[in-house]
Design a protein around this ligand. Structure first.
Ligand code: MG
Length: 204
């Protein structure tokens, strides 16, 4: 069945990310090493709490500050923390091609207020989706069921009318369990081929 809507994960699907530079930036104004900063913010319980919306931006900043001795203010912290992304041009192009065909697209991401504020400014394509399902706004993270239900509400579609691209197998599995069509992103070329096979893009 032809899908009606394409749901994109963000990290490692449309934007690559790496905390190395942010960790160096925070460490340069603190009392611990860049590696110690990285161990604190990269896929940790602290980041998970923040991305689930259980901490405010200021609480997150305070937690980092007390653990690292960072001397900058919350604005400077936000700038450094947000600057971890690099665009993935082939995937952004692919999104543009779907938009041109009038196919609705949505972002479905485990992310934070700080990251999204940065991304909105730095990457214009991000503002061109029909809607956004962001973990911190709903108190839940992928692969929790609650967030998939929000996707179905916001898109107005269910089951195989949704096609969903994500780089994490556990997230994809939760979508497949709801009978969504799913694409595990391994390379941009494979994702493009899978969308073509689903009938959404013409042959190159
Ligand atoms: Mg991802």
């Amino acid at each position: 069945m032809l899908p009606e809507v394409v749901v994109f994960d963000l990290g490692k699907v449309l934007l690559d990310f790496d905390y190395t530079r942010a960790a160096q930036g925070i460490a340069s104004k603190g009392t611990v090493t860049a590696q110690e900063v990285k161990d604190l913010i990269n896929q940790t319980p602290l980041l998970l709490r923040y991305e689930t919306g259980l901490m405010s931006k200021v609480e997150f900043y305070e937690a980092i500050r007390s653990a690292t001795g960072f001397t900058g203010d919350v604005e400077e912290f936000g700038r450094i923390f947000g600057d971890i992304f690099e665009p993935m041009p082939e995937m952004i192009e692919l999104h543009g091609a779907l938009r041109k065909k009038g196919i609705p697209t949505f972002i479905f991401s485990n992310t934070s207020e700080l990251a999204v504020a940065h991304i909105r400014k730095a990457f214009p394509f991000f503002n061109e989706f029909n809607g956004y399902i962001l973990s911190y706004e709903h108190g839940a993270m992928k692969p929790q069921t609650k967030l998939y239900e929000v996707v179905e509400q916001k898109t107005g579609h269910r089951r195989e009318k949704i096609i969903y691209i994500d780089d994490r197998p556990e997230n994809i599995e939760a979508g497949a369990a709801r009978d969504w069509q799913v694409i595990l992103q391994e390379t941009p070329a494979k994702s493009r081929a899978a969308l073509r096979k689903a009938g959404l893009l013409n042959q190159a």
